[in-house]
Design a protein around this ligand. Structure first.
Ligand code: NDP
Length: 331
Protein backbone atom coordinates (compact mmCIF):
# COMPACT_ATOMS: atom_id res chain seq x y z
CA UNK A 1 0.00 0.00 0.00
CA UNK A 2 1.23 3.49 -0.84
CA UNK A 3 0.94 5.74 2.21
CA UNK A 4 1.84 9.31 3.14
CA UNK A 5 3.71 9.81 6.40
CA UNK A 6 4.70 12.92 8.30
CA UNK A 7 8.43 12.86 9.04
CA UNK A 8 9.05 16.43 10.25
CA UNK A 9 6.78 18.99 11.89
CA UNK A 10 6.31 21.96 9.52
CA UNK A 11 7.12 25.49 10.59
CA UNK A 12 4.77 27.87 8.83
CA UNK A 13 3.82 26.52 5.40
CA UNK A 14 4.45 22.76 5.11
CA UNK A 15 7.17 21.70 2.65
CA UNK A 16 7.41 18.48 0.62
CA UNK A 17 10.37 17.40 2.80
CA UNK A 18 8.04 17.23 5.82
CA UNK A 19 6.43 14.14 4.27
CA UNK A 20 7.47 10.84 2.73
CA UNK A 21 5.78 8.30 0.52
CA UNK A 22 6.08 4.85 2.09
CA UNK A 23 5.25 1.37 0.78
CA UNK A 24 3.55 -0.68 3.50
CA UNK A 25 2.92 -4.42 3.16
CA UNK A 26 -0.08 -6.07 4.85
CA UNK A 27 -0.14 -9.72 5.90
CA UNK A 28 -3.04 -12.18 5.81
CA UNK A 29 -6.35 -10.89 7.20
CA UNK A 30 -6.83 -11.65 10.90
CA UNK A 31 -10.35 -12.71 11.98
CA UNK A 32 -12.60 -9.62 12.10
CA UNK A 33 -10.41 -7.63 9.73
CA UNK A 34 -11.21 -6.25 6.31
CA UNK A 35 -9.10 -4.88 3.49
CA UNK A 36 -10.42 -1.69 1.91
CA UNK A 37 -9.34 -0.10 -1.36
CA UNK A 38 -9.81 3.64 -0.95
CA UNK A 39 -11.55 5.44 -3.80
CA UNK A 40 -11.26 9.01 -2.51
CA UNK A 41 -9.27 10.75 0.24
CA UNK A 42 -10.11 13.99 1.98
CA UNK A 43 -7.59 16.76 2.66
CA UNK A 44 -8.84 19.29 5.18
CA UNK A 45 -7.57 22.48 6.85
CA UNK A 46 -7.71 20.97 10.38
CA UNK A 47 -4.95 18.56 9.31
CA UNK A 48 -2.50 21.46 9.41
CA UNK A 49 -3.11 21.70 13.18
CA UNK A 50 -2.44 17.98 13.57
CA UNK A 51 0.98 18.42 11.95
CA UNK A 52 2.03 20.51 15.00
CA UNK A 53 3.08 18.96 18.27
CA UNK A 54 0.36 20.75 20.17
CA UNK A 55 -2.57 19.57 22.25
CA UNK A 56 -5.88 20.23 20.54
CA UNK A 57 -9.26 18.61 20.22
CA UNK A 58 -7.62 15.82 18.20
CA UNK A 59 -4.11 14.46 18.90
CA UNK A 60 -1.17 15.39 16.63
CA UNK A 61 -0.07 13.11 13.78
CA UNK A 62 2.67 10.75 14.96
CA UNK A 63 6.02 11.33 13.22
CA UNK A 64 7.04 8.44 10.97
CA UNK A 65 3.53 7.00 10.87
CA UNK A 66 0.92 7.17 8.13
CA UNK A 67 -1.38 10.14 8.59
CA UNK A 68 -5.10 9.63 9.10
CA UNK A 69 -8.10 11.47 7.70
CA UNK A 70 -11.45 11.01 6.04
CA UNK A 71 -11.70 8.53 3.18
CA UNK A 72 -14.26 6.47 1.32
CA UNK A 73 -13.56 3.11 -0.25
CA UNK A 74 -14.74 -0.40 -0.94
CA UNK A 75 -14.12 -3.67 0.90
CA UNK A 76 -11.99 -5.92 -1.34
CA UNK A 77 -11.27 -8.75 1.11
CA UNK A 78 -13.13 -9.64 4.27
CA UNK A 79 -12.78 -11.78 7.37
CA UNK A 80 -15.70 -10.02 9.05
CA UNK A 81 -19.29 -11.13 8.49
CA UNK A 82 -20.73 -7.66 8.98
CA UNK A 83 -18.65 -6.19 6.14
CA UNK A 84 -18.84 -8.33 3.01
CA UNK A 85 -16.67 -7.72 -0.05
CA UNK A 86 -18.14 -4.87 -2.11
CA UNK A 87 -19.41 -2.81 0.86
CA UNK A 88 -18.82 0.92 0.51
CA UNK A 89 -17.31 2.32 3.70
CA UNK A 90 -16.51 5.71 5.18
CA UNK A 91 -13.62 5.82 7.62
CA UNK A 92 -10.60 7.70 8.95
CA UNK A 93 -7.78 5.69 7.29
CA UNK A 94 -7.01 8.29 4.65
CA UNK A 95 -3.66 9.28 3.07
CA UNK A 96 -3.22 5.74 1.61
CA UNK A 97 -4.61 3.70 -1.24
CA UNK A 98 -5.24 0.50 0.69
CA UNK A 99 -5.94 -0.23 4.36
CA UNK A 100 -6.37 -3.38 6.42
CA UNK A 101 -7.94 -2.98 9.85
CA UNK A 102 -10.61 -4.29 12.18
CA UNK A 103 -14.13 -3.98 10.72
CA UNK A 104 -15.15 -1.80 13.68
CA UNK A 105 -13.14 1.10 12.22
CA UNK A 106 -15.42 1.39 9.16
CA UNK A 107 -18.97 2.67 8.66
CA UNK A 108 -21.04 1.31 5.79
CA UNK A 109 -22.68 3.99 3.63
CA UNK A 110 -25.37 3.28 1.06
CA UNK A 111 -24.37 3.71 -2.56
CA UNK A 112 -26.71 6.12 -4.34
CA UNK A 113 -26.95 5.42 -8.08
CA UNK A 114 -25.48 8.28 -10.10
CA UNK A 115 -23.99 10.02 -7.07
CA UNK A 116 -20.17 9.98 -6.84
CA UNK A 117 -18.76 8.38 -3.68
CA UNK A 118 -16.55 11.44 -3.18
CA UNK A 119 -19.60 13.48 -2.11
CA UNK A 120 -19.55 11.46 1.15
CA UNK A 121 -16.44 13.47 2.02
CA UNK A 122 -17.98 16.80 1.01
CA UNK A 123 -21.47 18.12 0.53
CA UNK A 124 -23.18 14.90 1.77
CA UNK A 125 -20.63 14.35 4.51
CA UNK A 126 -18.41 16.19 6.96
CA UNK A 127 -18.15 19.59 5.30
CA UNK A 128 -21.85 19.77 4.37
CA UNK A 129 -22.80 18.87 7.90
CA UNK A 130 -20.46 21.54 9.27
CA UNK A 131 -22.44 24.18 7.41
CA UNK A 132 -25.74 22.77 8.67
CA UNK A 133 -24.66 22.45 12.30
CA UNK A 134 -23.00 25.88 12.35
CA UNK A 135 -26.14 27.58 11.04
CA UNK A 136 -28.67 25.67 13.15
CA UNK A 137 -27.22 24.41 16.42
CA UNK A 138 -24.57 27.13 16.78
CA UNK A 139 -25.92 30.31 15.15
CA UNK A 140 -29.64 29.61 15.66
CA UNK A 141 -30.42 30.96 12.19
CA UNK A 142 -33.80 32.69 12.01
CA UNK A 143 -35.89 33.34 8.89
CA UNK A 144 -34.94 36.66 7.37
CA UNK A 145 -31.51 36.86 9.03
CA UNK A 146 -28.72 38.51 7.07
CA UNK A 147 -25.85 36.02 6.94
CA UNK A 148 -22.18 36.56 6.12
CA UNK A 149 -20.01 33.52 5.28
CA UNK A 150 -16.23 33.89 5.00
CA UNK A 151 -14.30 31.38 2.89
CA UNK A 152 -17.55 30.97 1.00
CA UNK A 153 -16.27 29.16 -2.12
CA UNK A 154 -14.67 26.26 -0.26
CA UNK A 155 -16.23 22.99 0.83
CA UNK A 156 -17.89 24.29 4.00
CA UNK A 157 -18.67 27.70 2.51
CA UNK A 158 -20.45 26.46 -0.62
CA UNK A 159 -22.62 24.24 1.60
CA UNK A 160 -23.31 26.99 4.12
CA UNK A 161 -24.63 29.67 1.78
CA UNK A 162 -27.19 27.45 0.07
CA UNK A 163 -28.28 25.76 3.30
CA UNK A 164 -28.81 29.22 4.85
CA UNK A 165 -31.11 30.09 1.94
CA UNK A 166 -32.98 26.78 2.18
CA UNK A 167 -33.54 27.48 5.89
CA UNK A 168 -35.07 30.85 5.13
CA UNK A 169 -32.22 33.31 5.57
CA UNK A 170 -32.66 36.78 4.11
CA UNK A 171 -29.62 38.34 2.46
CA UNK A 172 -26.59 36.02 2.28
CA UNK A 173 -23.16 37.52 1.62
CA UNK A 174 -19.94 35.59 0.92
CA UNK A 175 -16.24 36.29 0.54
CA UNK A 176 -13.65 34.39 -1.49
CA UNK A 177 -10.21 34.87 -3.01
CA UNK A 178 -10.70 35.10 -6.79
CA UNK A 179 -13.09 36.73 -9.28
CA UNK A 180 -14.15 33.29 -10.60
CA UNK A 181 -15.07 32.12 -7.12
CA UNK A 182 -16.96 35.33 -6.41
CA UNK A 183 -18.97 34.87 -9.59
CA UNK A 184 -19.83 31.25 -8.67
CA UNK A 185 -21.13 32.35 -5.28
CA UNK A 186 -23.90 34.45 -6.75
CA UNK A 187 -24.50 32.44 -9.93
CA UNK A 188 -24.43 28.89 -8.55
CA UNK A 189 -24.59 28.96 -4.78
CA UNK A 190 -27.45 31.34 -4.10
CA UNK A 191 -25.45 34.14 -2.50
CA UNK A 192 -27.09 37.55 -2.88
CA UNK A 193 -23.76 39.35 -2.86
CA UNK A 194 -20.09 38.36 -2.80
CA UNK A 195 -16.70 40.00 -2.80
CA UNK A 196 -13.04 39.14 -3.40
CA UNK A 197 -11.17 39.78 -0.15
CA UNK A 198 -7.98 40.41 -2.14
CA UNK A 199 -9.49 43.44 -3.95
CA UNK A 200 -9.78 45.86 -1.02
CA UNK A 201 -9.92 45.71 2.79
CA UNK A 202 -12.65 43.31 4.01
CA UNK A 203 -13.94 45.98 6.37
CA UNK A 204 -14.65 48.33 3.51
CA UNK A 205 -16.19 45.73 1.18
CA UNK A 206 -18.39 44.07 3.79
CA UNK A 207 -19.77 47.38 5.04
CA UNK A 208 -20.77 48.32 1.49
CA UNK A 209 -22.55 45.00 0.89
CA UNK A 210 -24.29 44.83 4.29
CA UNK A 211 -25.93 48.23 4.70
CA UNK A 212 -28.50 46.70 7.09
CA UNK A 213 -25.83 44.90 9.14
CA UNK A 214 -25.28 41.18 9.70
CA UNK A 215 -27.24 38.89 12.05
CA UNK A 216 -25.27 35.68 11.59
CA UNK A 217 -21.57 35.45 10.78
CA UNK A 218 -20.29 31.99 9.84
CA UNK A 219 -16.52 32.37 10.09
CA UNK A 220 -14.12 30.09 8.26
CA UNK A 221 -11.26 32.59 8.05
CA UNK A 222 -10.72 34.65 11.23
CA UNK A 223 -8.36 37.66 11.30
CA UNK A 224 -9.45 40.54 9.08
CA UNK A 225 -12.76 38.81 8.30
CA UNK A 226 -13.67 38.56 11.97
CA UNK A 227 -12.79 42.22 12.56
CA UNK A 228 -14.84 43.30 9.59
CA UNK A 229 -17.84 41.26 10.73
CA UNK A 230 -17.69 42.63 14.27
CA UNK A 231 -17.95 46.13 12.82
CA UNK A 232 -21.28 45.41 11.17
CA UNK A 233 -22.94 42.88 13.50
CA UNK A 234 -26.50 43.76 14.49
CA UNK A 235 -27.77 43.58 18.06
CA UNK A 236 -28.16 40.01 19.34
CA UNK A 237 -26.13 38.76 16.41
CA UNK A 238 -24.56 35.33 16.50
CA UNK A 239 -21.13 34.29 15.30
CA UNK A 240 -20.47 30.62 14.53
CA UNK A 241 -16.68 30.40 14.86
CA UNK A 242 -16.01 27.46 12.54
CA UNK A 243 -12.41 28.01 11.42
CA UNK A 244 -9.62 30.56 11.12
CA UNK A 245 -7.69 29.39 8.08
CA UNK A 246 -5.95 32.75 7.62
CA UNK A 247 -3.94 31.88 10.75
CA UNK A 248 -3.13 28.19 10.30
CA UNK A 249 0.27 28.62 8.61
CA UNK A 250 1.27 31.77 10.42
CA UNK A 251 4.35 31.65 12.65
CA UNK A 252 3.51 34.91 14.46
CA UNK A 253 0.88 35.22 17.14
CA UNK A 254 -2.17 36.77 15.53
CA UNK A 255 -3.06 40.21 16.83
CA UNK A 256 -6.52 40.17 18.38
CA UNK A 257 -9.48 41.88 16.72
CA UNK A 258 -9.23 45.55 17.69
CA UNK A 259 -13.00 45.76 18.12
CA UNK A 260 -13.83 42.84 20.38
CA UNK A 261 -15.77 45.27 22.59
CA UNK A 262 -18.48 45.12 19.93
CA UNK A 263 -19.39 41.74 21.41
CA UNK A 264 -20.54 43.63 24.51
CA UNK A 265 -22.09 46.67 22.86
CA UNK A 266 -24.15 44.58 20.47
CA UNK A 267 -24.87 41.68 22.86
CA UNK A 268 -23.34 39.26 20.38
CA UNK A 269 -22.92 35.54 20.78
CA UNK A 270 -19.66 34.11 19.44
CA UNK A 271 -19.77 30.35 19.69
CA UNK A 272 -17.03 28.04 18.59
CA UNK A 273 -17.69 24.45 17.58
CA UNK A 274 -15.99 21.31 16.40
CA UNK A 275 -18.23 19.02 14.45
CA UNK A 276 -17.29 16.03 16.60
CA UNK A 277 -19.42 17.45 19.40
CA UNK A 278 -22.56 17.35 17.26
CA UNK A 279 -22.72 13.76 16.02
CA UNK A 280 -26.27 13.58 17.44
CA UNK A 281 -27.31 15.81 14.52
CA UNK A 282 -25.94 13.44 11.87
CA UNK A 283 -29.30 11.78 11.23
CA UNK A 284 -31.15 15.11 11.06
CA UNK A 285 -28.57 16.45 8.60
CA UNK A 286 -28.66 13.23 6.56
CA UNK A 287 -32.44 13.31 6.24
CA UNK A 288 -32.73 16.98 5.31
CA UNK A 289 -29.75 16.94 2.96
CA UNK A 290 -30.97 13.79 1.21
CA UNK A 291 -34.31 15.50 0.63
CA UNK A 292 -32.78 18.73 -0.71
CA UNK A 293 -30.25 16.81 -2.80
CA UNK A 294 -32.94 14.52 -4.22
CA UNK A 295 -34.99 17.54 -5.22
CA UNK A 296 -32.02 18.94 -7.12
CA UNK A 297 -31.73 21.93 -4.80
CA UNK A 298 -28.08 21.37 -3.87
CA UNK A 299 -25.13 22.54 -5.94
CA UNK A 300 -21.56 21.41 -5.38
CA UNK A 301 -18.08 21.64 -6.79
CA UNK A 302 -15.10 19.36 -6.35
CA UNK A 303 -11.49 19.95 -7.24
CA UNK A 304 -9.97 16.53 -7.90
CA UNK A 305 -6.27 15.65 -7.75
CA UNK A 306 -5.24 12.20 -8.99
CA UNK A 307 -2.96 9.81 -7.11
CA UNK A 308 -2.26 9.22 -3.43
CA UNK A 309 1.34 10.29 -4.14
CA UNK A 310 -0.05 13.78 -4.86
CA UNK A 311 -2.07 14.01 -1.64
CA UNK A 312 0.36 16.50 -0.07
CA UNK A 313 0.17 18.72 -3.16
CA UNK A 314 -3.61 18.56 -2.93
CA UNK A 315 -3.51 19.54 0.73
CA UNK A 316 -1.20 22.51 0.05
CA UNK A 317 -3.19 23.62 -3.02
CA UNK A 318 -6.32 23.62 -0.84
CA UNK A 319 -4.62 25.75 1.82
CA UNK A 320 -3.59 28.18 -0.96
CA UNK A 321 -7.11 28.40 -2.37
CA UNK A 322 -6.61 26.47 -5.64
CA UNK A 323 -9.81 24.53 -4.86
CA UNK A 324 -13.41 25.48 -5.50
CA UNK A 325 -15.71 23.48 -3.27
CA UNK A 326 -14.24 20.31 -1.78
CA UNK A 327 -10.65 19.30 -2.50
CA UNK A 328 -10.55 15.54 -3.12
CA UNK A 329 -7.76 13.09 -3.86
CA UNK A 330 -8.81 10.32 -6.26
CA UNK A 331 -6.89 7.08 -5.70
P1 NDP B 1 -11.95 24.97 1.94
O1 NDP B 1 -12.51 24.06 0.92
O2 NDP B 1 -12.71 26.21 2.27
O3 NDP B 1 -10.45 25.29 1.54
C1 NDP B 1 -9.73 26.26 2.21
C2 NDP B 1 -9.94 27.64 1.57
O4 NDP B 1 -9.51 28.65 2.47
C3 NDP B 1 -9.15 27.86 0.32
O5 NDP B 1 -9.82 27.36 -0.81
C4 NDP B 1 -8.96 29.37 0.28
O6 NDP B 1 -9.95 29.95 -0.58
C5 NDP B 1 -9.25 29.82 1.73
N1 NDP B 1 -8.13 30.54 2.33
C6 NDP B 1 -6.86 30.13 2.49
N2 NDP B 1 -6.12 31.08 3.09
C7 NDP B 1 -6.94 32.14 3.32
C8 NDP B 1 -6.76 33.46 3.88
N3 NDP B 1 -5.57 33.85 4.35
N4 NDP B 1 -7.82 34.29 3.94
C9 NDP B 1 -9.03 33.90 3.46
N5 NDP B 1 -9.25 32.69 2.90
C10 NDP B 1 -8.22 31.81 2.83
O7 NDP B 1 -11.77 24.18 3.31
P2 NDP B 1 -12.94 23.60 4.22
O8 NDP B 1 -14.24 23.99 3.66
O9 NDP B 1 -12.66 22.18 4.47
O10 NDP B 1 -12.74 24.38 5.61
C11 NDP B 1 -13.11 25.75 5.73
C12 NDP B 1 -12.94 26.19 7.18
O11 NDP B 1 -13.81 25.44 8.02
C13 NDP B 1 -11.53 26.00 7.72
O12 NDP B 1 -11.22 27.09 8.54
C14 NDP B 1 -11.66 24.73 8.54
O13 NDP B 1 -10.70 24.68 9.54
C15 NDP B 1 -13.07 24.89 9.09
N6 NDP B 1 -13.72 23.64 9.49
C16 NDP B 1 -14.18 23.54 10.79
C17 NDP B 1 -14.87 22.46 11.22
C18 NDP B 1 -15.39 22.43 12.62
O14 NDP B 1 -15.82 21.36 13.07
N7 NDP B 1 -15.38 23.55 13.31
C19 NDP B 1 -15.11 21.30 10.32
C20 NDP B 1 -14.64 21.51 8.94
C21 NDP B 1 -13.95 22.64 8.57
P3 NDP B 1 -9.78 31.43 -1.22
O15 NDP B 1 -9.41 31.21 -2.63
O16 NDP B 1 -11.16 32.02 -1.05
O17 NDP B 1 -8.73 32.14 -0.43
Amino acid sequence: STQIQLVRRPKGWPEPEDFRIAEVAYGELAPGQVRVANSFLSVDPYMRGRMNDAKSYIPPFVLGETMTGGAVGRVVESAAEALPVGSVVLHQYGWRDLVQEDAAGFTVVPEIPGVPLSLRLGILGMTGMTGYVGLTAIADLQPGDTVFVSGAAGAVGTATGQIAKLLGAGRVIGSAGSPEKVRLLTEKYGYDAAFNYKDAPVRQQLKALAPEGVDVFFDNVGGDHLEAALDVMNRDGRIAACGAISLYNSTERAPGPDNLAKVIQQSLTIKGFTLGGYTHLREEFGTRMAEWFGQGKIAYDETIVDGVEHAVDAFLDMMRGKNTGKMIVRV
